[in-house]
Design a protein around this ligand. Sequence first.
Ligand SMILES: Cc1cc2nc3c(=O)[nH]c(=O)nc-3n(C[C@H](O)[C@H](O)[C@H](O)COP(=O)(O)O)c2cc1C
Length: 454
Amino acid sequence: MIWTNDPTRWMLVAGMGVGYALVCLAPYLRTRRKRLAAARAKAAAAAAPGWIIAYASQTGNAEELAQQTLATLKLAGIPAQLSELSDLSAADLQQAERILFLVSTYGEGDAPDAAAAFAGRLMTTTLPLPQLHYAVLALGDSAYVHYCGFGRALDQWLQAQGAQSLFPRVEVNRSSAEAIAQWRQHLSHLAGTSDAPDWSAPAFDAWRLIERVQLNAGSAGAPIYHLALTPEQGALPAWQSGDLVQIAAPADPANARDYSIASIPADGSVQLLVRLHTHEDGSHGIASGWLTQQAPLGAAVQLRLRQHKRFRLEANAERPLILIGNGSGIAGLRGHLKARAMAGQGRNWLLFGERNAAHDYHYRAELDGWQHDGMLEKLDMVFSRDQAERLYVQDRLAAQAADVRAWIEQGAAIYICGSLDGMAGGVDAALEAALGREALDQLTATGRYRRDVY
Ligand SMILES: Cc1cc2nc3c(=O)[nH]c(=O)nc-3n(C[C@H](O)[C@H](O)[C@H](O)COP(=O)(O)O)c2cc1C
């Protein structure tokens, strides 16, 4: 070993040591700096008021997209919370800085039932919202006159309150994948991520068409068919009476159509009523034409079940039921009657309208059977063209106002399924005349007045 007392050499060795330590330390310091910056950003994000993702959904589409929106924001480290639109108060809106609204449209451009209170309570008032930044995803179907009516009304109202939109409203026509991708892109941009996870497209399964019968041969109305379908693979999935299916026709897979389910799982198949739609030029509707005319028995049908919570029996399962509808609306009501017969609940009153008894008395044998077995306490079939004067369900309802009041006093719930045009409005007016608007609003608020009208 060579030993030295030369201070210059000592300085050199010490300098090399410090240099070496610095070289080792630099990456550590860099990592530490980054870690501290990340912790500071996280703390800032946690301290910042979180984003609210508010949804209003009837059959779950907007809710599903709201959940995917939440997952995307969380992945980007943005604090966010999900809320049903109706759970937001005026104070929530005034305190929030960022809200993403995902809302669908029902009825005649109306809010989904669960958000009716929000629309009535808040959107009719003036509420300054200068601090609020928002965006709207409006779900709808362009086949309706009031396309995305509620989403548009909400957007206009927010603007009128001084809220600032983060980006223009995105409208989703029948679950259009393109529009959903656009919303995702806006979100990624806002969240500063380019790696937002792919949102799963709605999953359809292959089902098989096993039965098709025209129910109204010779009718003055358009042909209506009873269809039965079973899954191509695996067991029949569960659903409840009141639920819907979506079907994607091969010629138009991006625009799935909704149909009310007319059966219960105990029937062993999903049963639907499909009315053949014919355009003015004589061509058939893409989905109804395919399902009723072109698809051969045994054809594969892309189908998915949709929960329709607002039209299920739920807490009304123990109550007497007044079921009112017309035309293909018998589908949703038949589902409920089957569930009631299965549960041995006979306090059911069906009021149903069609054109002629000779051709349009859908499921007559079944209805007769239920009456006979005590599962259908009261049956009012109203055939509009069987007498000189045109008569509709709302007329029969008006004539039985005393019975309506008595049933409601006994705790009955009301379910409406069928046409929006003519029927739903007329029935609502007859119910209002019998019960009063306040009582009817109260029934709506407590889930005892439920509608599936189209
Ligand atoms: C009975 C019924 C009525 C509807 N009314 C409208 C309407 O007036 N305007 C519209 O744009 N879409 C309308 N739609 C389409 C829905 O808004 C669309 O299916 C949406 O994707 C549903 O989203 P949700 O599952 O979140 O409720 C209606 C759908 C049904 C089943």
